[in-house]
Design a binder for this molecule. Structure first.
Ligand code: GLP
Length: 249
């Protein structure tokens, strides 16, 4: 894993945007793996800005989102489908038919997981996967204890995750208890992975991830150590508990 320390959220977002834009310009039919949460919003703003001023085209790009809440209608403002529409898709020219997000309202959830894996595995792998990290080390919605060989599956959300995400909802009781998520093995199939980390709330988990060689299912993000092309773009606050001398990547 390559760790790139950046000053702050703004710098993290603009470097990430440059990487994505560079990929889309050199490979117009790139497959992009996308994430939700507060972390990538700045990146998406930069992509929109660039689309408006430079016209980088997403006409042939395909997008694959990591996860979706179970039972959440795509029209619900708390669904990840809605989040992506608001924060990115409605503002660039990616065709609807090239957008992929698990369907949290599917009646047969297991079948929906299989369908999503088939979509993901069609043709070449994802070119760049954007990831955030939960403060318990989750990636996508793969909570601690998830098998590293997992593909798209249903998860029960950790209470810490529900509490962390409650800020997007009216009340904690409204946060779903389950989600569909790409598994760790599905995520690791991406050719390149960009993990974005910002803020003091992520300092403890960055310390856990970066100061030991250990790859442990209790820390889902440690699976990234098994991947040949991972860049962590983390800001000063997120790295504030890690000294350069401690880094084990
Ligand atoms: C959410 C998402 C993850 C995201 C993480 C961090 O639960 N499922 O994909 O990376 O939590 O969120 P944030 O960026 O808001 O800190």
């Amino acid at each position: 894993m390559k760790v790139l320390e950046v000053k702050d959220y703004h710098e993290m977002s603009s470097i990430a945007a440059r990487i994505i834009i560079g990929k889309v310009q050199s490979k117009p039919d790139a497959k992009l793996g996308l994430a939700t949460g507060g972390t990538p919003i700045g990146l998406y703003k930069e992509l929109i800005q660039d689309y408006r001023s430079n016209g980088t085209s997403y006409e042939s790009v395909c997008t694959y989102n990591l996860d979706e809440y179970v039972g959440m209608d795509p029209e619900d403002p708390n669904s990840y489908r809605y989040f992506m529409e608001e924060n990115l898709f409605a503002h660039i020219n990616v065709p609807e038919s090239q957008i992929h997000i698990p369907d949290g309202t599917a009646v047969e959830l297991e079948a929906e997981c299989e369908r999503y894996d088939l979509e993901l595995n069609r043709g070449e792998g994802v070119d760049i996967q954007i990831l955030g990290i939960g403060s318990n080390g989750h990636i996508g919605f793969n909570e601690p204890g998830t098998s590293f060989s997992s593909h798209t599956h249903i998860v029960k959300l950790a209470e810490t995750t529900r509490k962390a995400n409650a800020r997007f909802f009216r009340r904690l009781e409204d946060v779903p208890t389950q989600a569909i998520t790409m598994g760790i093995a599905s995520i690791l199939k991406a050719k390149q992975i960009l993990l974005l980390v910002s803020g003091i709330n992520k300092a403890e988990v960055m310390k856990q991830l970066l100061t030991t060689d250990e790859v442990d299912e209790q820390l889902p993000a440690s699976a990234l150590k098994n991947h040949p092309n991972v860049t962590i773009l983390a800001d000063e606050e997120a790295l504030s508990l890690v000294k350069n001398a401690d880094l084990k990547t």
